[in-house]
Design a protein around this ligand. Structure first.
Ligand SMILES: C[S@@+](CC[C@H](N)C(=O)[O-])C[C@H]1O[C@@H](n2cnc3c(N)ncnc32)[C@H](O)[C@@H]1O
Length: 302
């Protein structure tokens, strides 16, 4: 299954806390502030290790070889400390970048990193602090948007923002309900697979984030999602593929006679084995989350 951390975290923190895993999981229940404290320090340290450095370089190379025309504007959505921004800047010297994140701590690290690159970087990169998803950001401007190792946390004032931006879309809600309630035949690695409400909420929130990604792109723009994964997309159980496609807005198939709103055309997904998968293990402490890697999925706006 694809292992976006958010799916694990939404609604299951209580369960982990009962097991005594109160450290990172507890911090994550604090919402968007988490990355200003202990979780931010955890991510800073972890994302600077060798497997991450290799992964970010590989991701930047992959993006570079896919994009034949030089993009004019690339947005790094939830850019954190700029782990991917920096290698992208090196590969697209003529491009402008916008890094968006909710954490002041993370953005300060990104700023320092860009400063070390040289005085010119501030001319090419704009950093914006805001809580995501944010539908007030300028729409339809970016050629490319990257969303790397996502973990969009729920802020205190978020419910209304999600509700106003598609969370209650009738067709999506019906499809998500069907996908949340369906059973996965390969459940041995999914401790929380039976929690329908958790899956429903996670799918619908993920779809709102995808709407935000879609809105920031020009028509024909490219969305690049880098997500923790245990195997290649084509090898996932059918239900997992449908859930993934629903959330990213590329689901074509009708579910139970209902059709989800389509935002993107799926282009490709490539899987890489990597020790970055241990990021997931750090949060879940589930031994099955130690092996895997990440997938790079390319989507095009409709
Ligand atoms: C796992 S880190 C990944 C950061 C970056 N993409 C990378 O690969 O290094 C998740 C990032 O999402 C940001 N984030 C989480 N929830 C957010 C929200 N609701 N609004 C804005 N940023 C958020 C955090 O501050 C953090 O920088």
């Amino acid at each position: 299954m694809s292992l976006k951390l958010s799916i694990y975290l939404d609604g299951i923190s209580d369960m982990f806390m009962k097991r005594g895993q109160t450290d990172l999981i507890h911090e994550l229940t604090l919402g968007t502030e988490a990355y200003n404290g202990k979780v931010g320090r955890w991510w800073k340290q972890l994302s600077n290790n060798r497997p991450h450095a290799y992964a970010y370089s590989n991701i930047a190379n992959d993006i570079h070889s896919f994009l034949q025309n030089n993009p004019k504007l690339v947005i790094d959505y939830a850019c954190g400390s700029g782990n991917l921004l920096v290698p992208l800047l090196n590969r697209f010297p003529e491009c402008r970048f916008t890094g968006i994140d909710g954490s002041a701590f993370m953005l300060e690290l990104a700023k320092k990193r860009l400063k070390r690159l040289g005085t010119n970087s501030s001319q090419w990169v704009e950093l914006i602090r805001t809580e995501l998803p944010d539908f007030t950001l300028p729409q339809g401007k970016a050629d490319v948007i990257v969303f790397c190792f996502p973990q969009i946390l729920w802020g205190s004032t978020d419910q209304q923002r999600y509700y106003e931006n598609g969370y209650r879309n009738e067709e999506d809600a019906a499809v998500a309900q069907f996908l949340a309630a369906s059973r996965n035949p390969n459940v041995e690695d999914i401790t929380v697979a039976d929690d329908v409400q958790m899956w429903l909420d996670s799918l619908l929130r993920g779809k709102v984030v995808s709407r935000n990604l879609h809105g920031l792109l020009k028509k024909g723009g490219i969305c690049i999602r880098v997500e923790y994964a245990k195997t290649e997309r084509a090898k996932l159980a059918e239900l997992e593929q449908y859930r993934l496609a629903f959330e990213e807005g590329s689901l074509e198939t009708s579910m139970n006679g209902r059709k989800a709103e389509k935002l993107f055309n799926f282009i490709s997904s490539t899987y890489f084995r990597s020790k970055v998968m241990e990021d997931v293990y750090h949060q879940t402490r589930d031994g099955t989350d130690r092996k895997g890697g990440y997938s790079i999925t390319l989507l095009e706006t409709m």
